[in-house]
Design a protein around this ligand. Sequence first.
Ligand SMILES: *Cc1c(COP(=O)(O)O)cnc(C)c1O
Length: 472
Amino acid sequence: MVSPTARRALPSVDRVLRCPAAGALIEEYGRTLVVDNIRAALDEQRSRLADAGSASPDDASLVAAVAARLRAATAASLKPVFNLTGTVLHTNLGRALLPKAAAEAALAAMTRPVNLEFALDSGERGERDAHVETWLKRFTGAQAAMVVNNNAAAVYLVLNTLALRKEVLVSRGELIEIGGAFRIPDIMARAGCRLREVGTTNRTHAGDFAAAIGNRCAAIMKVHASNYAIQGYTAAVAEAELAKLARDHALPFVVDLGSGTLVDLEDFGLPHEPTPRQALAAGADLVTFSGDKLLGGPQCGLIVGTAALIERLKNNPLKRALRVDKITLAALEAVLRLYADPKRLQRELPTLRMLTRSPTEIEAQAHRLLPALSQALAGRVEAQVVACASQIGSGALPVDALPSTAIALTPRARKRGAAAAALAAAFRALPVPVLGRVKQGSLILDLRCLSGGSREEDEFVAQLAQLRLPAA
Ligand SMILES: *Cc1c(COP(=O)(O)O)cnc(C)c1O
């Protein structure tokens, strides 16, 4: 029971509002939010008073509690984090980071009028995709190109346009699921197409495709097996062969590349990843790929191919529902411009810069950061520099890992698994949350994505002082 005197001692909302400090809060947050949070703070006090022995707070500490509530309630939900997971293109962490030029172009497009659908030379209505089409044609060799909201939308638009109420042939080995519920069979169904599975999981031959072509068949599709690899006794039909088969039957041949990069990654010392240019050269009529995977741009889906098919896609009313906004286009154009100069690309495109960081540089950074981490962990956690392997992520090159260096943090506790999970939670609770991965009782912080000697590295070190280690 709340004692009547204690309850009486709690101030009214109006009295708290009249405190001088409350005035500053109203200035900062607006009266409505302040009143709501005073009520909430008083409610909390009331239930606390129900516990025998607790005293009614003074007005000043009430206002302080209200201020803390307001800070928490208005803190940004979407905020920067440190990606030390070792996965460079992490879908849950927003995939590619944009280069500065793209961020500046996006900012201009956000805050000023732009010629989004306006042809400045003729003064007539223009086309939004035209701002990036020339670059995309140049880097892929395609006749035409267009952009939609993401690669899932690109695949959906292609299927719906080419094969509504008809069949699309796909090898059984390519019926993929990408994290976040993108599944080829489901997209097919929603696009209004019938999936015709061809071959077996591990082996599909040209003859399987040929036998499956009937009069309801509207397209042959190849899907890049993004996030897994089939190894051992396998066979797949080469793109050129599928393209010929499609051509012989007057069917379009479409390729979903998933990550599709516009440069040969081998030129940068990375494993090879198929490019849209290669797929088109092999005879694909349409190729779809993501803007925010290896390409390193904003979230979008790119479609390149023959002029006739791109025109059909543009005329599908769904294009309007799937189109990109001016912010995306501005950022994409700036990213594509970097591709004109591969030297500059490696310097300025964060995705490529992180993927090609030298292992010795990452290792040196680990040794540089070790003392600060050891100090913050106050002897309760062992910190060690260890070799590790980074992933490219987002379905690119699932079996190729990049040698990297991590700091492994191992709690000196009996229940190491639980202690490592608690340590990970403490790092996530920092002002700029630090995300690593927990592995066999250690928290592994892969430093590949923390740019060395940068403002971010300083920020990372500075906030370690605020680390609240879990109770032992
Ligand atoms: C990633 C991926 C997609 C989905 O692309 P989003 O841009 O995430 O929509 C589709 N197909 C393949 C093969 C992929 O790798």
